[in-house]
Design a protein around this ligand. Structure first.
Ligand code: GLN
Length: 206
């Protein structure tokens, strides 16, 4: 791949695909939608958007991309999941549907709709470790968002939120080439998280 502009797909089965395509282009990637295994084979990396993880999971099985995606993740392809995409990257989920499958790859337990009872949707400044201009918080848009309930030893926590119960829950994590956030940077004009991911993709390709 060209080290300057990697090809980054956005899983386009369901969810806020267009916003990610725009954010990735702003972060100097060549962004394109991915629905089929042939399209997945052509990208250097993938974003799994926000949306509804139960539907996305069903469609991934229907379109035959679930297994190829698992294989690419196992082979080290960088993937960034936002919200429903975070759920898709979790090795284990809580409050999922009984038949709900994930791609997996990040050694974490993620709870769907975790903020639900306190607050369906909210926006909040989030301190995100390792971003350029790190002291400036990321504008976190949380929409029926999941949180991370627990992580394995290989998982780096990049951002956390304290809940009303006074417990800190990770809302941004990284394990190797896999990145996940509970919130939606693609819905803000701030593309630092996408730029962080595109840098990770470049580093993985070198
Ligand atoms: N609650 C949704 C799910 O379970 C995620 C919401 C989102 O992606 N904004 O998939």
């Amino acid at each position: 791949m060209s080290s300057s502009s990697p090809v980054v797909g956005v899983l386009a089965l369901q969810g806020d695909v267009r916003e990610h395509l725009v954010a990735l282009a702003e972060a100097d990637a060549l962004a394109r939608p991915v629905r089929r295994p042939e399209e997945l084979a052509e990208v250097d990396a993938l974003v799994i958007p926000g949306g509804e993880s139960t539907t996305m999971s069903k469609l991934a099985l229907l379109f035959g991309v679930m297994e190829p995606l698992r294989a690419r993740v196992a082979a080290g392809m960088p993937v960034y999941g936002t919200c429903a995409g975070m759920i898709m990257l979790a090795d284990k989920i809580l409050d999922g549907r009984d038949d709900q499958e994930t791609v997996g790859g990040i050694d974490m337990v993620v709870r769907r709709n975790a903020f639900g009872r306190q607050n369906e949707s909210f926006e909040l400044g989030v301190h995100f470790a390792g971003l350029p201009d790190e002291s400036r918080p990321v504008h976190g848009v949380f929409i029926r968002a999941p949180w991370v309930e627990s992580t394995g030893t290989g998982v780096e926590v990049l951002a956390s939120l304290r809940t009303e119960a006074g417990v800190d829950h990770p809302v941004a994590v990284r394990q190797g080439n896999l990145l996940a956030t509970s919130f939606h940077p693609e819905l803000t004009g701030d593309h630092r998280v996408h730029a962080y991911f595109v840098d990770l993709v470049r580093a993985a390709g070198n």
